[in-house]
Design a protein around this ligand. Sequence first.
Ligand code: FAD
Length: 500
Amino acid sequence: MSSVPPGPAQDRPGSPDGLRTGAQYLADIGNDGRQVIYDGEIVRDVTTHPAFSGAARSIAGLWDIAADPANRELMTYPSPRTGKPVLWCYHIPQRPEDLRPRRRMIQRWTEHTFGLMGRTPDHVAGFFAGFAACPAFFATAGQHYADNLTSFYEFARDNHLYISYALAPPQIDRSKPSHAQSDPTLCAGVVGERDGGIVLKGAQQLATGAPFSDYLFLSCIHPQVPGDENHAISVAIPINAPGLKIYPRRSYATNAVTEFDYPLSSRFDETDALITLDDVFVPWERVFIYRDVALCRDQWRKTPSHVYGNYQAQIRYATKLKFLLGVMKYHCEITGVDALPASQAALGEMAALASIVDVMVEAQETRATVEDGVVWPSRVALYSVMALQSDINPRLIDLARDLSGGAMIMLPSSRLDYDNPETARELERYIASPGFPSKRRVALLKLAWDLIGSEFGGRHQQYEKFYGGPAITNKLHLYRNYDFAAAKQLAEAALTSSEP
Ligand SMILES: Cc1cc2nc3c(=O)[nH]c(=O)nc-3n(C[C@H](O)[C@H](O)[C@H](O)COP(=O)(O)OP(=O)(O)OC[C@H]3O[C@@H](n4cnc5c(N)ncnc54)[C@H](O)[C@@H]3O)c2cc1C
């Protein structure tokens, strides 16, 4: 098995300017020795295995969009090191207006996946741009850590890397910190040092997209306590490193009989995975934080990494909600309830919630601040939506279900029912609406079900609830960042003016 990282962009066939094409991406990740465990076996090649191939093709489509010369300005800027085009998601914004090209790039990608893939390569790229914006933060533990971070960031940016991440210890016993579990090597951490690097053992969750990525970023975002030093690390590991295994949950593409019946499960299931490490060697050059509980906690707060990464997440969410609204409007037109005031009010409420998310993305830009020469999208705008996403998203899904009645259920068993002329005749007569032939009506309603009701749709509800940690942590971010002083001033003014 090889642990060789993907080659430098200029060595790749495909795009002449070194941009990564979809075909090149599939060639890079296929059969490279990564250990993805599925149904008790190691998957030889995720690009051809039925559980993963649909999603791999969708991700390849993202690289093709980025490599298309027609999209050069939309998707890329010149690398400060090589002058060659690199993705905007790796850019370190210095002026608030720098956020706009970043958003346009991310938005173009989210439209390709309808906002249904959360951890596309632009997500963790944002985290690394945020880290690289603040090398001094990493240098507090030694200049070499800052140098490691900068050098990996440049390597990732200039080689168009797709990085996934695992930041939470496995849910073995949440009542105890990592070091106090029944075995202190259950949660991923350092078990030794070897010539030139460190050795890691244990498990970490919940690496969405890991089977499709080039590198894993492993660190910890959960609260840690003194004693957890071995787990307080930040490192980058090639996804095919010896000893690293990826255990994805069951792929929803596996049960998607046809693309017609499961148009989203079959193409956009990015999967979520447990990572296990069995004496995985990490060279010092890929270690950014080492056995430091305070730095491990502060990397998310004292650098804009968490904000850049989740700015991408909110652009994606805004696109997904627009898609949901489009599907439901279409649905109401097909079933003829669009003219009813009750349906219009439900669609109006959905539009209100979707618009709040959309407008708050813009507010992250218009209320951005520049701190030590680096742009921070507004934390209040970001965390306000993230804190309420656990309430907004179920409400949207509930409204969609209310609007639907039995429409998403009362559908033929599969596309094959149309292959039999006799059953096709009946379907065309009874499952059709004025202006919508049977197959088109059924296709739309199967799309709606896959979006909100299928196993894939159910996972999405869990994703929107937890992708940024539990709601409580986002409320605490807001508690730390909201301008309570200004609010208290108003209260103070009222108190003073009403005093006798
Ligand atoms: C679909 C999906 C995809 C994800 N993708 C990724 C990814 O790509 N990379 C990654 O690193 N992580 C990812 N996450 C993981 C996510 O970061 C964690 O699920 C999240 O941080 C919650 O941790 P947990 O699942 O261990 O739940 P826990 O932390 O165990 O929480 C479970 C419950 O306990 C409550 N709880 C926990 N602690 C407290 C507390 N101190 N006070 C009060 N209540 C508390 C929570 O509110 C929640 O209700 C993903 C999660 C999901 C569901």
